[in-house]
Design a protein. Structure first.
Length: 279
């Protein structure tokens, strides 16, 4: 069932589950070291990610965002500062702007009958309205060294442009868990934003993640949406999908899903919306 909450999924790794409007899932993760804990994303402004984290640990919390979208940075203001790739600062600024989000939601409702129906329910409409009020947060550049130290626990990060230009993946050395944000998930990937890369650049990032995961004996792939964990074969499925688009073996048809616009394909059981094949 769609139940919000925090659950332990590996040694020192917790998943915070949140279902926006009761249906759209987004996950945040907490990694607990000996001196500090890391919160990966904060969901929506009404999610209360920090309160969930506080049920598990009293340690100081470092907040890191996988990217700058409003379903990942919404609760940042409760902590006050976050690490985010500088390439996503502008996206995060837009996705914290009430009028920008209000227009985005209005367009989303226009395009999506289910969302329109859900938002007729006063409680959910109220949640949506609160959800687009995003509290301010100070953004810090990612550290020059490619890891965070939590006390006898290192979390590495990789810069992986695609879904957004500043998207990153994180890797917990202790459990060999990879956190892929919105770059890799069972449902597919959206490259249909102004701040997304081309299919070719996205493919390079997937190859980079796959190589890193193999070299580091990865064991668990944890995306921010849909099902988890994801099987390791997902990298090949994405690379193959990208190759088919790049080699013009398949071509998308134009759609506007309300949040992003572009050419839509479904192949290898993955969906993709893209605008550019190469830069
Ligand atoms: Zn996103
Ligand atoms: Zn997302």
């Amino acid at each position: 069932m769609n139940k919000n909450g925090i659950i332990k999924i590996a040694n020192g790794i917790y998943q915070i589950k949140y279902y926006w409007l009761g249906v759209a899932n987004v996950y945040m993760f907490l990694i607990v070291g000996e001196e500090k804990a890391m919160l990966i994303d904060t969901g929506y402004s009404i999610t209360g990610a920090l309160q969930y984290a506080r049920k598990v640990t009293p340690l100081p919390i470092i907040l890191v965002n996988t990217h700058g979208h409003f379903d990942h940075i919404g609760g940042n203001g409760d902590i006050g500062e976050a690490y985010l790739s500088e390439a996503d600062w502008e996206t995060a600024r837009q996705h914290s702007d009430y009028n920008y989000l209000k227009n985005m939601m209005a367009h989303y409702m226009e395009q999506s009958l289910p969302v329109r129906l859900l938002l007729k329910i006063p409680r959910l409409n109220n949640d949506m309205e609160k959800g687009i009020h995003v509290k301010k947060c100070r953004y810090n550049r990612l550290p020059a060294k490619n890891f965070f130290e939590l006390g006898n626990r290192k979390v590495l990060f990789l810069e992986t442009p695609g879904h957004t230009r500043g998207s990153i993946c994180l890797f917990d050395e202790k459990t060999k868990s990879l956190f892929t944000g919105d770059m890799i998930c069972e449902e597919g990937v959206l490259l249909g934003f102004d701040h997304s890369t081309s299919v070719s650049e996205y493919k390079k990032s997937v190859e980079k993640i796959q190589k890193f995961y193999m070299e580091n004996d990865g064991e668990l792939i944890l995306p921010s949406h849909h099902k988890l964990p994801v099987a390791v074969s997902i990298f090949e499925r994405y690379i193959d999908l990208c190759n088919k688009i790049i080699d013009r073996k398949i071509e998308g048809t134009y759609i506007d899903d309300g949040l992003s616009q572009g050419l839509f394909v479904k192949e290898n059981n993955l969906q993709m919306i893209y605008n550019k094949i190469s830069e």
